[in-house]
Design a protein around this ligand. Sequence first.
Ligand code: NAD
Length: 263
Amino acid sequence: MIMKGKRGLIVGVANNKSIAYGIAKACHEQGAELAFTYLNDALKKRVEPIAAEFGSDMVYPLDVSKPEEFEALAENLEAKWGTFDFVVHAVAFAPKEALSNPFVETTKAAFDVAMDISVYSLIELSRHMLPMLNDGASILTLSYLGAEKYIPNYNVMGVAKAALEASVRYLAADLGPRKGIRVNAISAGPIKTLAASGIGDFRFILKWNEANAPLRRNVTIEEVGNSAMYLLSPLASGVTGEVHYVDAGYNLMGMAAVDEEDG
Ligand code: NAD
């Protein structure tokens, strides 16, 4: 029970297919106490039973485009916990047309919303939680290979993930000297979730990853959850500013795989 006595905030559960759900599950299994946020009233109905499944009645609204909701969240956590130990940021959004149209057609409005919801929210969340974080606390966000390499249709979200990974490094350098706070990202392989369904031809990305990753399969939210739990726990006390791949090894491939039957 490596997370016994640890308390953490999970931002980004939409349903039980969410990567944040896999992370919550792994942390709960290791004894962590959890609080959750939901985007809107429709998702509140989904998130409340999930929180209950993990023994929590701490469920608060957070639309990261609304600064006042960060303040209310901080007040709620301060009143209930006072201090805590980890934060999971598993939030991303870009308008659907920006994830299927040619990249050059990306509008300024789509660019701004992708950067605001998917990148700036990590900085704003970190800043609001900082006064309550214990020594050695851990912050974790979720990225994707599209930050570094071209992935069809990932478009503006690839640019946002590149900025997110850079933000992880800057936050790690900024917060490390203060209370030894660590900041890391997991670059997860493709997984069928609500957010992923917004990416044009996502099924092809899944099939390609499965066919070409060294493990010849895709990863699960449980696998991402277990790796996340490690990064959030004292087991990773020497790790900060990292982007850790949990992608069945796909990121190392320079060419498509050749299997026996392919000749
Ligand atoms: P998901 O749809 O389950 O989770 C995305 C979450 O973002 C949802 O809970 C949604 O409510 C939340 N969100 C969107 N806009 C928001 C806003 N304005 N304020 C607050 N919350 C908001 O999908 P997921 O795949 O679990 O996504 C979680 C993270 O993992 C994202 O950062 C995503 O880019 C990343 N990721 C996903 C994959 C994948 O293939 N699924 C791969 C690598 C990285």
